[in-house]
Design a protein around this ligand. Structure first.
Ligand code: HAM
Length: 428
């Protein structure tokens, strides 16, 4: 029978790889705690209209990438392609935002039917933060500071660049989009199919087109900064001043428009050249209109999401996961002889209680001394505790503790003393 395979673009994380994931997840949860952000969890499946109304009808995600289906009651549902919409829906539904400030974070799988390649998958994981109820730019800077601290903790700062842009408020963009469409109408012979289909419905998406010919058209097009309101410019200038004064470097990228429609004013991405084509590791910005757009009251909001697979790739290829994270087993219990199995299991329990931060593996399934000892070495244990039937015939049961290094130092001890005696072998 043909073996079943995982769905294309959806990855298994095997035990050796999960070490990097755990390192990442632990670092995230430590850093968000330092900043006072609280976790929110919301479903993976939502009504499709939540995403069409928030991300926007004329976006790649909504037009071509969602996993949507009718459930048995005929309701159209979608696997979440990102977290902001669900986070806002949940917060609004449970009254978290009304006249309140919230600092939230989430983590989990997202789904987009994109063409899979290195760093781009159909099921991928995001870690996101959302801050609601604060007009900024102080909170925008705090959110960027949080990301910056993550890079510091992960030792990735030198590999990441912060790109920022001001895309104005919705009125600014409406005026700009009108002028851009008028300009593009005079250049249709130079536009590709994608550009032609977007130039009326969402012309700003053309700004980050990868097609060189479309880019050359855009180079001569009206520029967004000429259409920005004073309020929007002032927000952006203050944001830059604050970044300067706290020492977070950035570059301004006038082409940065983001692929989701809910943003206003400042948007940003942290990018890397360590990943080839999929260089965007973290993206976000301000989205003051979204809560209202989803039926709530006008609410200030900003946030970002990180693509966890991309960070895992970076951490692995740049060898940034500390070797201590790879260590799973410290003490290995070798049991020779079936009669000693209950003692072995109970010694293991005692050791685990005594050293709760260490890993103790009790060998199961029998086997010869040499093969068990080999396993003890290969799992990286520092110490073996050896219980051997022969050595205890007619005598009180003794055990041998053996250092698994070149010294091979060992000591015979009474079973009841093992936990205590281990201390000197473990150098703690
Ligand atoms: P986004 O830019 O669409 O923004 O996604 C954020 C990050 O998710 C990207 O920078 C990238 O690292 C990762 N990512 C996106 N698609 C894929 C994929 N197919 N495979 C692997 N990684 C991927 C958002 O999703 C917004 N909700 C961010 C946000 C939060 N804005 C405000 N708050």
């Amino acid at each position: 029978m043909k073996k079943l395979q995982a769905i294309r673009g959806m990855n298994d994380v095997l035990p050796d790889q999960s070490v990097t994931w755990q390192f990442l997840e632990n670092t995230f949860s430590t850093v968000v705690k330092r900043f006072g952000y609280r976790e929110i969890r919301f479903p993976i499946v939502e009504q499709t209209q939540l995403f069409t109304r928030s991300i926007g009808e004329v976006t790649d995600i909504v037009e071509k990438e969602m996993y949507s289906f009718d459930d048995r009651n005929g309701v159209n549902l979608s696997l979440r392609p990102e977290g902001t919409a669900g986070c806002v829906r949940a917060g609004e539904q449970h009254g978290l935002f009304y006249n309140q400030q919230r600092r939230l974070w989430y983590q989990g799988p997202m789904f987009r039917h994109e063409r899979p390649q290195k760093g781009r998958y159909r099921q991928f994981h995001q870690f996101g933060v959302e801050a609601l109820g604060m007009p900024g730019p102080d909170i925008d800077v705090e959110v960027l500071q949080l990301a910056h601290m993550l890079w510091q903790e992960l030792k990735l700062t030198e590999h990441l660049t912060l790109e920022i842009n001001n895309i104005g408020n919705s009125e600014d963009r409406k005026a700009y989009a009108k002028s851009l469409t008028e300009f593009l109408t005079t250049k249709t012979e130079m536009l590709d199919e994608d550009a032609l289909s977007r130039m009326h419905s969402n012309p700003m998406r053309l700004l980050d087109s990868k097609n060189p010919e479309v880019q050359s058209v855009i180079n001569a097009a009206p520029i967004l900064s000429d259409f920005l309101s004073e309020a929007s410019k002032s927000h952006y200038t203050k944001l830059k001043d604050m970044l300067d004064s706290i020492g977070i470097n950035y570059i301004e990228n006038a082409r940065l428009v983001r692929g989701l429609d809910y943003y206003n004013n400042c948007v940003y991405e942290w990018t890397t050249d360590a990943l080839g084509a999929q260089g965007s590791v973290c993206g976000g910005g301000r989205y003051d209109g979204l809560v209202k757009q989803l039926g709530g009251k006008e609410t200030y909001a900003c946030g970002f999401a990180i693509g966890m697979e991309r960070l895992v790739l970076m951490l692995d290829s740049l060898e940034k996961v500390p070797s201590s994270e790879h260590k799973q087993i410290d003490i290995f219990i070798v049991i020779i002889g079936e009669k000693l199995i209950p003692q072995g299991l109970s010694v293991a329990s005692k050791i685990r209680n005594e050293y709760p931060n260490l890993g103790t593996l009790c060998h199961c399934g029998g086997g010869k001394f040499n093969s068990q000892l080999k396993k003890a070495y290969s799992c990286g244990a520092d110490v073996a505790v050896i219980l051997e039937e022969e050595s205890c015939e007619g005598k009180p049961i003794n055990a041998k503790i053996r250092q698994l290094d070149d010294s091979n130092e060992s000591k015979v001890v009474e079973i009841s003393e093992i936990s205590q005696e281990l201390r000197s072998f473990l150098s703690i």
